[in-house]
Write a protein that binds this ligand. Structure first.
Ligand code: XIL
Length: 353
C-alpha cells in the first residue's frame, strides 16, 4: 500500500470520526443517581396497575420514586359501577406494590367536574336531593375509608377553575349540592374517613395563566373560610416547552403564600404542543430541561414543611398520556427504553447542593 493510500485512509477515518463525534457525545449514556436518592422532597410518578406487569418498568419505578399516584384507577369512572357498586382491584394492586416497596400512595381524585356518572345523574333534582347527598357521602367515605392509613394524601377536588381563569366550574356536583358546599362537604367527609390523610386542591395552567391562579387561590381561601380541612395546594404543571422562564417559580411561590403544603402534582413538558414549525427540536429539548430544572429549584426553595412531593405524570416517554395526542411528543425524564434524558440530568443538577 502506498503512503498516499494510507494517508487517504487515515484522513477518511478521522473525518468520519469527526462527523460522528458530536452525535456520539449527545448519545453518550446519561448516568444520574436514582431521583429519590438526592431530592429534598418525595418524588412520585403516576402509574396504571397493568404497567406493573412489566418487570423492567416495575424495577425502574421502585428504584426511582418514593410515591405512586394511580393515573386513572382511583377516578370515579373506574371505581363507580353502573349499579352504584365500587371496584378496587386495580388500586388495590398499586397499594400492594407501594406496601411491598416502601412507597407512599397518593389518591387521585375524589371530586372532578369531568365525571358525570349516570348513577348520580339519575339522582339529580329536588325530589332526590337527599339521595344525591347520601350517595356522594357514601362514595367519598367508602373510597377514602378503604385506604385509611395507606393513602397518605388525596386530591379531594381537581380542576375546579374554568379555562379562562375567571370562575369556578359548574358540574354535576355543584348542581346537586351547591357551588361551594359540594367541595366543603367533600373535604369534611374525606377528613372524617381518614383524619391522617393530607387533603389537597389541584389544578392546571396555574403557571401560564396568572388570572386562573388568582381564582384558584381565592377558592382555597373560600374553602378555608368555610371551615374545610384543606391542607395543601397542587399545581399539575402540564406545561409546554415554550413556557416563559420564571412562570413556574412564580406559581410555586404564590401557592406557598397561604402556608399550606405545596406539590408539583403531574409535571410533564410537551414539545409537540408548542405551536409553529420554526422551533428546532434540540432547542425545545433544552427549554424542556430548563423548565424541569426550574420546577425542581422552585419546590426545593420552599420551607421543608411545605414541600409535599414532586410527581411526574409518568417516567418514560412511551407511557405519557401526551403520546396519544401526538406520537412524536417526548415530555418526560426517561426515554422509551427507560434511559435518563438530558432533562433528567438538568433536574438532578438543579438539586445538587
Ligand atoms: C389523564 C390520564 O393521564 C389519562 O390516562 C386519562 O385518560 C385522562 O386523564 N389532569 C389530571 C389527570 O388531573 O387526571 C389527567 O390524567 C391529566 C390532566
Amino acid at each position: 500500500m502506498s503512503s498516499g493510500v494510507v494517508r487517504r485512509a487515515f484522513i477518511a477515518a478521522s473525518l468520519s470520526l469527526a462527523a460522528c463525534a458530536p452525535k456520539a457525545r449527545s448519545q453518550a449514556p446519561i448516568a444520574i443517581p436514582p431521583l429519590k436518592s438526592f431530592a429534598p422532597f418525595p418524588v412520585g410518578t403516576c402509574i396504571q396497575a397493568a404497567q406493573l406487569d412489566d418487570p423492567a418498568f416495575a424495577a425502574l419505578v421502585a428504584a426511582q420514586v418514593s410515591q405512586l399516584t394511580p393515573e386513572w384507577e382511583l377516578k370515579m369512572e373506574y371505581v363507580l359501577q353502573k349499579d352504584g357498586g365500587y371496584r378496587f382491584d386495580a388500586p388495590d394492586r398499586i397499594a400492594a406494590f407501594c406496601a411491598d416497596h416502601g412507597l407512599r400512595f397518593f389518591g387521585h381524585t375524589l371530586v372532578w367536574y369531568y365525571e358525570k356518572p349516570e348513577f348520580f345523574q339519575q339522582r339529580l333534582g329536588e325530589a332526590y336531593r337527599s339521595a344525591f347527598r347520601d350517595a356522594y357521602a357514601a362514595y367519598i367515605t367508602a373510597v377514602v375509608g378503604r385506604y385509611k392509613g395507606r393513602i397518605c394524601a388525596w386530591d379531594v377536588v381537581n380542576e375546579q377553575i374554568t379555562d379562562d381563569g375567571a370562575d369556578w366550574r359548574d358540574s354535576l356536583w355543584s348542581q346537586g349540592l351547591g357551588r361551594l358546599e359540594h367541595m366543603r362537604f367533600a373535604y369534611e367527609l374525606a377528613h372524617a374517613a381518614d383524619p391522617g390523610a393530607v387533603l389537597f386542591l389541584n389544578d392546571y395552567n396555574l403557571e401560564s395563566n396568572p388570572k386562573k391562579r388568582g381564582t384558584f387561590m381565592g377558592l382555597a381561601e373560600a374553602l378555608l373560610k368555610a371551615g374545610a380541612p384543606l391542607m395543601g395546594l397542587g399545581t399539575q404543571t402540564h406545561v409546554n416547552a415554550d413556557l416563559a422562564p420564571g412562570a413556574i417559580t412564580a406559581a410555586v411561590k404564590d401557592l406557598a403564600s397561604l402556608g399550606l403544603k405545596v406539590r408539583i402534582s403531574e409535571m410533564d413538558v410537551s414539545l409537540a404542543r408548542v405551536p409553529g414549525l420554526a422551533n428546532l427540536r434540540a432547542d425545545l429539548q433544552r427549554r424542556q430541561a430548563a423548565l424541569f430544572a426550574e420546577a425542581a429549584e422552585a419546590l426545593a426553595g420552599l420551607p421543608a414543611h411545605q414541600r409535599f412531593d414532586f410527581t411526574f405524570w409518568g417516567l418514560e416517554d412511551s407511557q405519557s398520556w401526551l403520546r396519544r395526542e401526538n406520537a412524536a411528543d417526548s415530555p418526560l425524564l426517561f426515554d422509551d427504553a427507560g434511559r435518563p434524558k438530558p432533562a433528567a440530568a438538568a433536574w438532578e443538577r438543579a438539586l445538587r447542593p
